[in-house]
Design a binder for this molecule. Structure first.
Ligand code: FES
Length: 170
């Protein structure tokens, strides 16, 4: 009896480890996705960027979609798609491949996103570097409020990106 329950417990423990291992393998990354402190309310997600670490992909959630937030290192190329907060640059995008909607994984070693579904690749600003994705990852409406990123609100930086054709409205 005691053995059975122990086996049951070990089985569950192994199952939990296997499930966590699966999540790690799914992302194909050394680290699991990180999350920054965030608050969600009626269509908006407010993310505190002040504790973000460079070159660590954070995945937030906005309106049921994964949102990539990546603080760039100083040696990553600056891009018109960057969200500038103080002296830091961030890449922010909807984490759904513009080909058929899979979630790309981030490779911190070469600063690229790879979509495993059909081999599409993006650079650290989520510009396409290898087809078939037809365009870079879309940028969600955002507003900068001090060190906070408000997803779902339209601030002047996002309006400028739309006006310049850097992203499509979503
Ligand atoms: Fe990403 Fe096809 S869904 S390359």
């Amino acid at each position: 009896m005691e053995n059975n329950s122990r086996r049951g417990f070990m089985g569950m423990a192994f199952g939990a480890v296997a499930a966590v291992g699966g999540v790690f393998a799914l992302g194909g990354m050394k680290r699991a996705w990180d999350q920054l402190p965030s608050v969600k309310a009626a269509g908006f997600t407010t993310v505190d960027l002040s504790t973000a670490q460079a070159n660590v992909l954070n995945v937030e959630k906005w309106r049921g979609k994964p949102i990539f937030v990546l603080k760039k290192t100083k040696d990553m190329k600056a891009d018109d798609r960057d969200v500038v907060v103080g002296s830091d640059r961030f890449h922010v995008s909807i984490g759904l491949c513009t080909h058929l909607g899979c979630i790309p994984g981030y490779n911190a070693e070469d600063h690229s996103f790879l979509c495993a579904c059909h081999g599409g690749m993006y650079d650290s600003s989520a510009n396409v570097t290898k087809a078939p994705p037809p365009r870079g990852l879309d940028i969600p409406p955002f507003k900068i409020d001090g060190t906070k990123l408000v997803l779902g609100e339209t601030g002047p930086e996002y309006e400028k990106m739309l006006a310049d054709g850097i992203t499509l409205p979503v």
